[in-house]
Design a protein around this ligand. Structure first.
Ligand SMILES: Cc1cc2nc3c(=O)[nH]c(=O)nc-3n(C[C@H](O)[C@H](O)[C@H](O)COP(=O)(O)OP(=O)(O)OC[C@H]3O[C@@H](n4cnc5c(N)ncnc54)[C@H](O)[C@@H]3O)c2cc1C
Length: 393
């Protein structure tokens, strides 16, 4: 009896993606990490197999898969290659602004080429002086007749240099905090847009992370998403729906590392028996598997809630919980997998070394896990609960 809530049809799709990941992506994972080059061949594989199409409705050329199935796809791919899992998650992150706040005209203009994978997308919120504190951003967008003139720069942008479409947040009213921020679509071929340094980094090495800058970058006024001043709201609505994708990446890493450590522990012998039969190792494996299953329960519940149309503070809370728990599990479990492999776990030839490095970022991006805890606690404080403690009123 499977523990997951998937229907037979969803399980069939999952199995197809699992096969694609094992046969076509797993053999590339080591080289993608080693070369730190963006894997365009994986993008091509996604294009051929309509993987990007899962993220978009049929009317825009997609296949309209559910949010739950998108999470399952990211999980399956991340079991073997977290960089390749991130390509799906980043495409969703960079498209959600248009899907949630775009006009019909904007959707028709941008979504079909994102659905086919001809264009990749990026989400550009972070700046050198503003990560967790996005209201401190300095990039500006000044209205000038039928255009906005954007100036400033963004840092640590996933897909910098490979994306065609960037969802950019800038202040239309620099005297205001959150309420001065607006959201825009910026195409990479717009004069005044440029890509700066691409960062060398600890993990997810095949994914580009870089600076983008705007130097009197003039974008059409009809590239504004929503109303002026609504950018922060749009940014947060996007994160409510994209954070579970990072949870799925974390869960994939954790399950991939557990599966590898289990196989290793069955074949590696010390003191006359497989290490899996030493109770301390068996106990670690049991904890790893249990954490993965608990994380999956929370993540899939979150996916189902998105599909059921749950919105607002309820979604904010469950999505932060799914991101927080799955990614903390990713770090714990991949670290344990390295421990189970002993010295071999520390050697690059074995994938758990890469998985542990890849796992770390999942606790940091799309809001650090400290920020997720703040978000969850803030929602808890707003909730009305029946008090169980005598004397508390
Ligand atoms: C590989 C990579 C890819 C990324 N991709 C993108 C992307 O595509 N788009 C994008 O916009 N950004 C992206 N980022 C940026 C990422 O989201 C930020 O780095 C992250 O949100 C943290 O911001 P910061 O680095 O400025 O850290 P800071 O905000 O300076 O935080 C530093 C530390 O202080 C803690 N902290 C901060 N405020 C509080 C608080 N109030 N309470 C408790 N602790 C707090 C943080 O948790 C952290 O531990 C990416 C980053 C990396 C490394």
């Amino acid at each position: 009896m499977p523990l997951d809530p998937l229907t037979d049809e969803q399980r069939e799709i999952r199995d197809l993606i699992r096969e694609l990941a094992r046969e076509r992506i797993a053999p590339r994972a080591h080289d993608i990490d080693n070369s730190a080059e963006f894997p365009w061949d994986v993008v091509e594989l996604y294009r051929e197999n309509d993987i990007f199409g899962m993220l978009y409705d049929e009317e825009y050329g997609g296949i309209g898969a559910s949010a739950l199935m998108t999470l399952v796809a990211i999980e399956e791919v991340s079991k073997v290659c977290a960089t390749s899992g991130l390509i799906i998650a980043a495409q969703e992150l960079g498209s959600l602004g248009i899907k949630l706040a775009g006009t019909d005209e904007q959707k028709e203009r941008f979504l079909p080429r994102l659905a086919s994978g001809e264009w990749l997308a990026a989400y550009a919120l972070t700046e050198p002086g503003s990560g967790s504190d996005s209201a401190a951003m300095r990039s500006t967008a000044r209205r000038d007749r039928d255009a906005y003139v954007v100036n400033g720069g963004k840092r640590f942008i996933t897909n910098a240099g490979v994306a065609h479409v960037y969802i950019v947040f800038a202040k239309t009213d620099p005297t205001e905090g959150h309420s001065g921020i607006s959201a825009f679509v910026v195409e990479a071929d717009t004069p005044g847009f440029g890509v700066g340094r691409i960062e060398p980094k600890m993990g997810i090495k095949g994914s580009t992370t870089g600076e983008v800058f705007f130097d009197d970058c003039r974008i059409p006024a009809n590239n504004l998403l929503g109303e002026e001043g609504e950018g922060f709201k749009v940014a947060m609505q996007i994160l409510d729906r994209s954070r579970p994708g990072i949870g799925a990446q974390g869960l994939g890493l954790a399950q991939g590392a557990t599966d590898y450590a289990l196989e290793y522990a069955k074949s590696r012998e010390t003191m006359g028996k497989p290490i899996a039969e030493h109770q301390l190792i068996g106990g670690m494996l049991a904890d790893m598997e249990t954490k993965c299953e608990a994380a999956r329960g929370l993540l899939y519940r979150c996916g189902q809630m998105i599909d059921d149309g749950v919105d607002g503070s309820e979604l904010t809370k469950i999505s932060a919980m799914a991101k927080l728990y799955c990614t903390d599990v990713a770090m714990e479990v991949t670290t344990d997998a390295v421990q189970i492999l002993g010295g071999y776990g520390y050697i690059q030839e074995y994938p758990v070394e890469r998985m542990m490095r890849d796992a770390k970022i999942t606790q940091i991006y799309e809001g650090t896990n400290q920020i997720q805890r703040l978000v969850i606690a803030r929602q808890m404080l707003k909730e009305q609960r029946a008090f169980l403690l005598a004397g508390v009123s």
